[in-house]
Write a protein that binds this ligand. Structure first.
Ligand code: NAP
Ligand code: MG
Length: 484
């Protein structure tokens, strides 16, 4: 086992690190070489119940008594501590998630920025006064939901914790965080940062464990007042069903099949780095990965050739070597991605480019060769389903109407990118794309702390990031006072 900076086998409940109720642990593997990294607690329903009780006690106690400005100050301190520890956090993420060092460091900096943004925003969420009947004053105030549950996936633990727990704490909620069983280290490090910054006991509780045990217990616990979930559609639907039984709101972010649409008049030099990077960043395991590249026919061959050049130059390797592309998270995820590549082969989907895997990659590592497939029919399985690996498909189109039909023609709707110099077309496309975020002449896979983010259709609902998230993590109360 690799030596760890803290005991990774503990849960955080009521400000204390302790063993999980089951006393059992789960192995945590390093996807760069398949080795056993360390162990984590196998948190269960009893731990979740204790965590929810502790969160409720914090709301009724010192945490609930703080002013918004005081909450904000703690978040700012958490932000500063995160920045100080950015290199160590990047190292933990590289070992645990297989994320190349530079990308992990960027995630740590993003988490710090979320904490800074929401720390600064905590005391700036205003209500309204409403013109009502004569003799009345009516007003609205935003209150915390109460105990919020946060179920986080393995692909961007730090960014997702920053955006969801950061916003929830800013609004005065008390959080129970269930990180993904395959990626817990930076979540646990975050708990230490929170305590060091002076976050009152119980305001943040962390229970690692299996999705079907700790995750299911959290999503069905009657003491939880709001759930935020990022992950697969299938589990998101289960979370929403569990929330329905307690009639509580949920924020679901369930990934996508996001297109970048390249028109023939686009500045291709500007577009090229975004077209490839937004597909292979984090080995393609990004909810807003640009996994479909739609290209207008006159420039299709040129874009394919120029993307292929970039694919050929991609360096794949262990995360600690800081390559362009590391391993996927697990052997299971590699099987999923390779299954899709098998479908591509069996259906005659042409490989336009494939990066070479170095011969000396560690044997137990979960590596997949980044692959560009082109041309694909819009209804091909690989052009419809989320692959969650370093695989992009290219689809040719003729004109705006067809581009829109293809772009909107999947079950998802998270992000889209449009590359064109035509101003009218930029706006027409932005308005008609059925998704939550549109980037014109740029593409921010996962980026944009300030920008509200979330999807439509199977990509989920509710918005995180930006100021908008503060509305999702609070409940609006109307007060009408009769004074005449
Ligand atoms: P997942 O099962 O949806 O996992 C996401 C989170 O939900 C994890 O914390 C997981 O815990 C938890 N979970 C699992 N089952 C649960 C349940 N019954 N009740 C409550 N929580 C539960 O995703 P995955 O299996 O790791 O990945 C599968 C596919 O999901 C990927 O190939 C990709 O397509 C998609 N995905 C999307 C995103 C995104 O950013 N939108 C992120 C990750 C995955 P455990 O992991 O500990 O079981
Ligand atoms: Mg791991």
């Amino acid at each position: 086992m690799t030596s760890m900076p803290f005991d990774t086998r503990l849960v955080l409940i009521n400000g204390q690190w302790r063993s999980g109720a089951s006393g059992q642990t789960l192995p945590l593997l390093n996807p760069s070489d398949g080795s056993l990294l360390t162990e984590i607690a196998r948190g269960n329903a009893a731990d979740i119940a204790a965590a929810v009780d502790s969160a409720q006690a914090a709301l009724d106690g010192p945490w609930g008594a703080l002013t918004a400005a005081e909450r904000g100050r703690i978040l700012l301190k958490m932000s500063a501590l995160t920045l100080v520890q950015a290199d160590e956090l990047a190292r933990l993420e590289a070992l645990d998630v297989g994320k190349p060092i530079k990308q992990g460091r960027a995630d740590a900096v993003a988490m710090a920025r979320y904490l800074e943004f929401y720390g600064g925003a905590a005391d700036k969420v205003h209500g309204e006064t409403i013109p009502f009947a004569n003799g009345y004053t009516a007003l609205t105030i935003r209150e915390p939901h109460g105990v919020t549950g946060h179920i986080v996936p393995w692909n961007y633990p730090m960014q997702i914790i920053g955006r969801s727990v950061g916003a929830a704490l800013a609004m005065g909620n008390a959080c129970v965080l269930k990180p993904a069983e395959e990626a817990c280290l930076t979540a646990l490090a975050f708990g230490r940062i929170a305590l060091e910054a002076g976050l009152p006991a119980g305001a943040l509780n962390i229970v690692p464990g299996l999705g079907e045990e700790a995750g299911a217990a959290l999503s069905s616990h009657p003491g939880v007042a709001h759930l935020s979930f990022t992950g697969s559609v299938a589990v998101g639907q289960m979370i929403q069903a569990a929330a329905a039984m307690n009639t509580i709101p949920v924020t679901l972010e369930l990934g996508g099949k996001s297109p970048q649409i390249v028109f023939a008049d686009a500045d291709l030099d500007a577009a090229l780095p975004f077209l490839v990077n937004a597909g292979i960043q984090n080995c393609g395991q990004t909810c807003s990965a640009a996994s479909r590249i739609l290209v207008e026919r006159p420039v299709f061959d040129e874009v394919r050739a120029r993307m292929a050049e970039r694919y050929a130059a991609l360096k794949v390797g262990p995360a600690m070597d800081d390559p362009d592309v590391g391993p996927v998270i697990s052997a299971r995820q590699r099987e999923i991605v390779q299954g899709f590549l098998g479908v591509a082969r069996d259906t005659g989907l042409a490989i336009a480019a494939q990066a070479t895997l170095p011969a000396d990659l560690p044997k137990g590592g979960c590596y997949v060769a980044p692959t560009l497939l082109a041309p694909a029919a819009p209804d091909h399985r690989l052009a419809q389903e989320e692959i969650f690996g370093p695989v992009q498909v290219m689809i040719p189109f003729d004109g705006e109407a067809e581009a829109l039909k293809i772009a909107n023609g999947t079950a998802y709707g998270l992000v889209a990118g449009v590359w064109t110099r035509d101003g009218g077309r930029q706006l027409r496309m932005a308005r008609k794309l059925h998704c939550g975020q549109v980037f014109i002449n740029n593409y921010g896979a996962g980026g944009g702390i300030e920008l509200p983010f979330g999807g439509v259709k199977h990509s989920g609902h509710g918005r995180e990031k930006g100021f908008e998230a503060l509305y999702g993590f609070s409940s609006l109360k109307t007060i009408a006072i009769k004074h005449d």
